[in-house]
Design a protein around this ligand. Structure first.
Ligand SMILES: Nc1ncnc2c1ncn2[C@@H]1O[C@H](COP(=O)(O)OP(=O)(O)O)[C@@H](O)[C@H]1O
Ligand SMILES: N[C@@H](CC(=O)OP(=O)(O)O)C(=O)O
Length: 248
């Protein structure tokens, strides 16, 4: 059966209504495919389990301890969404950070990925329809939790999609894709139906924090097509892909 990787950003999981919408979306996909849902920490500061909230709770930690603390936001999200899926009759399961298969070096806060293995993921996916996994994190060869840089759940989604041999990955956020400027600040900003990886990188360098830079570099290297759209309002989105794909 077809597998798809969908990432839900923190903004898409902030309120209960948003989390319910995410679960309804998963339920609609399930007859057609197995879903791997990569989740970010719920909401933004000062929401209780958001990444910046967790960071603000304890400032005198070693980098290793800080990664252990902030990675918990994604783990809480994973379990909350799993519970909501089960409540809605979806056969779902979760992966822990250790089961995720993302092995990194020990550059805490901005770890570099060494390898991705999908053995445990595929084993669990075999027994469920939707696997909920924590974004933004991996483990070192010594089993210490690391994080992949801010916005790193985008990267998690791409790493898993690539390791599974998929061509596309879906990033769900709170806006309907990529615009020439932040649509929340500029309501008249032009929407892109598609955009080249290099154009996206230029926008990120100019301050557009909609996608993590490292994830776009990875997508470009592996020619992964990235769809960005809203989980709050189904409809238009943006394909981030190579120029050749755009011309097809
Ligand atoms: N050029 C742009 N196009 C679309 N969104 C943008 C752009 N620049 C900034 N943004 C902002 O990026 C936000 C989504 O990114 P982010 O806050 O990281 O969401 P998520 O929690 O889903 O990862 C949008 O709410 C939007 O305000
Ligand atoms: N929660 C992490 C990772 C992430 O990707 O978050 P989001 O998908 O909400 O941007 C962060 O805030 O950096």
């Amino acid at each position: 059966m077809e597998i798809c990787v969908i990432k839900f950003g923190g903004t898409s999981l902030k309120e209960e209504a948003a989390r319910n919408r995410a679960v309804r979306l998963i339920r609609r996909l399930i007859p057609e495919m197995k879903v791997i849902a990569v989740v970010s920490a719920m909401g933004r500061y000062p929401d209780p389990y958001a990444t910046d909230t967790l960071m603000s709770l304890a400032k005198y930690l070693t980098p290793q301890q800080r990664d252990r603390l902030v990675s918990a936001g994604e783990m809480i999200s994973t379990l909350v969404i799993n519970s909501l899926c089960r409540q809605n009759g979806i056969l779902s399961d979760t992966l822990s950070t250790q089961e995720l298969g993302i092995i990194t070096n020990d550059h805490y806060g901005e770890a570099e990925v060494l390898t991705v293995t999908t053995g445990k993921l595929l084993e669990k996916l075999d027994h469920c329809d939707c696997l909920i996994v924590p974004g933004y994190q991996g483990i070192t060869l010594d089993h210490e939790i690391t994080t992949l840089g801010r916005g790193g759940s985008d990267y998690t989604a791409m790493l898993l999609a690539q390791a599974l041999g998929l061509e596309d990955v879906y990033i769900l956020t709170d806006v309907s894709g990529i615009y020439e400027a932040d649509p929340k600040q500029n309501p008249d900003a032009r929407h892109w139906d598609e955009i080249d990886y290099d154009q996206m990188l230029k926008m990120i360098d100019a301050g557009a924090r909609v996608m993590q830079r490292q994830s776009i570099l990875f997508a470009r290297e592996h020619q992964l097509r990235v769809w960005v759209g809203s989980s709050l309002q189904v409809g238009k989105g943006t394909w981030i892909q190579s120029c050749e794909d755009s011309e097809r």
